[in-house]
Design a binder for this molecule. Structure first.
Ligand code: UD1
Length: 419
């Protein structure tokens, strides 16, 4: 596993381009299984999680060809296996997204209960309850989920919580059923709208994706298509915080500012200057010590849980006390102990963290335990005095493509070393 050596305390300046969205790429790659013919997907980010998903598809018999650096041709016509291997699924929770397409294409799926980031228990009960409304039977044994359907039908699915993955899995299955399915209390994340645009191109009739009620009228025969994945709003948000935490000035290109409104508003509250330069260009600068703020993570369009850790790094340097409440995941404060090693003062009380701002952070040896915690430690290292060593970089590689080269272009001193 690699580590990053960061020599911090330098303002970042310049321009950074955002890449394709991980959280849109993963479901869209699995949705290609539903096609009767190959699909070509563009703007696929080069990430560990994407490689894992492509390996899952290949393990099912699907032909995956790299067309160019960011494009893949996926031919699902040889899809033959309904069992996904444990060693791939345990690496990444999102691999559970193959279940909806597998039931649709092969009538059954047998998949290990998923693993993924260590950010709390992440069950799949909502996926399974939704499937059962559409005629799917489910049994669990020896750590595996087995799901099968003799005949699928449309239905009314109510999600107890607007789970992103459950919405996507049910949306994919419903897209292949020639009756109406209504998903209520659906997740509203922009990546769901992106998945829905692809499924619509394949032939499904989907209304309301991106709202809390999605109405789907599927087609038995969906056709492969060509699609360009949206850009990554969390990568964009992370670079916004990088600009602010280093007291720099960075233009972030390739993100619709509307999709990160909650993040930009919070940044402004901390004292950062946010200037919209165009449809997909934002300039972030920070000229003062950050002001403390209150943050509560929520499903979209609320403040994203995937930006919580990065904001905590920024608020460690605020002029006062901030409170961050995590409502989406139950155990997403693994970065707290590591930030404390750098001089941060944070107290966790249940789902809230009280962050008492300090004047400076000091470099230390720290370990990334999950993707966004890793990003937060890199940001803290960029702002800290002296050297920071961030171990566990493979967690960061799951979701940020070439983060060190993008940061270097902005003037950061960051090197990747073999651990
Ligand atoms: C997706 C994102 C992840 C993001 C998260 C929340 C992808 C690949 N990942 O993850 O980056 O942090 O949304 O925005 O898109 N839950 C249940 N039962 C279920 C499903 C979920 O209780 O069947 C709970 C989870 O334990 C968690 C909460 O719902 O506490 C949110 O999970 P969910 O929205 O499903 O997140 P993911 O789809 O796993």
């Amino acid at each position: 596993m690699d580590k990053f050596l960061i020599k911090g305390h330098k303002p970042l300046r310049g321009l950074v381009e955002v890449g394709g969205s991980k959280n849109a790429a993963l479901p869209i790659l699995t949705a290609t299984l539903l096609g009767d013919s190959p699909s070509i997907i563009h703007n696929v980010p080069d990430l560990l999680d994407v490689q894992t998903m492509l390996s899952v598809l290949a393990s099912l018999g699907v032909k995956v060809d790299k067309v160019d650096a960011r494009s893949y041709r996926i031919d699902p016509t040889l899809l033959s296996k309904a069992e996904a291997p444990y060693e791939l699924i345990r690496k990444m929770r999102a691999s559970f997204l193959v279940v909806g397409p597998l039931i649709s294409c092969l009538g059954r799926a047998q998949v290990p209960l998923p693993g993924g980031c260590a950010i709390g228990s992440r069950p799949v009960d909502l996926h399974l309850k939704g499937f059962s409304q559409l005629g799917v039977k489910v049994s669990m044994h020896s750590g595996y989920v087995e799901a099968w359907a003799e005949s699928l039908h449309g239905g009314q699915v109510y999600l107890d919580f607007p789970s992103v993955g459950a919405t996507e899995n049910i949306l994919m299955l419903a897209s292949s059923i020639e009756e109406e399915t209504v998903i209520t209390n659906a997740a509203r994340e922009p990546e769901i709208a992106d998945l829905s645009r692809f499924l619509s191109l394949m032939g499904a009739d989907i209304q309301g994706a991106g709202t809390d009620t999605i109405v789907v009228r599927g087609k038995k025969k969906l056709l492969g298509n060509e699609y360009t994945i949206m850009n990554d709003r969390i990568e964009a948000g992370t670079f916004c915080v990088a600009a602010a935490i280093t007291g720099g000035e960075v233009e972030i290109r390739g993100v619709d500012s509307f999709l990160i409104l909650s993040v930009l508003n919070k940044l402004e509250e901390t004292g950062a200057r946010v200037t919209k330069l165009g449809n997909d260009r934002i300039l972030i600068s920070m000229l003062e010590q950050p002001r403390p703020v209150t943050i509560k993570t929520m499903p979209y369009p609320g403040f994203p849980t995937d930006m919580q850790a990065q904001f905590m790094s920024l608020l460690c340097l605020a002029d006062g006390v901030s409170v961050i409440t995590e409502t989406v995941f139950e155990n997403r404060f693994a970065h707290v102990g590591e930030l404390e090693r750098m001089g941060a003062q944070i107290q966790v009380e249940g789902r809230s963290a009280v962050v008492l701002g300090v004047e400076k952070l000091t470099g230390a040896e720290v370990r990334a335990t999950d993707l966004r915690a890793g990003a937060a430690l890199v940001l803290a290292g960029l702002a800290a005095e002296m050297e920071t060593l961030v171990y566990g970089v493979s967690h960061i590689d799951r979701g940020y493509e070439g983060i060190e080269s993008k940061l270097k272009k902005l003037g950061a001193s960051i090197e990747r070393l073999a651990e």
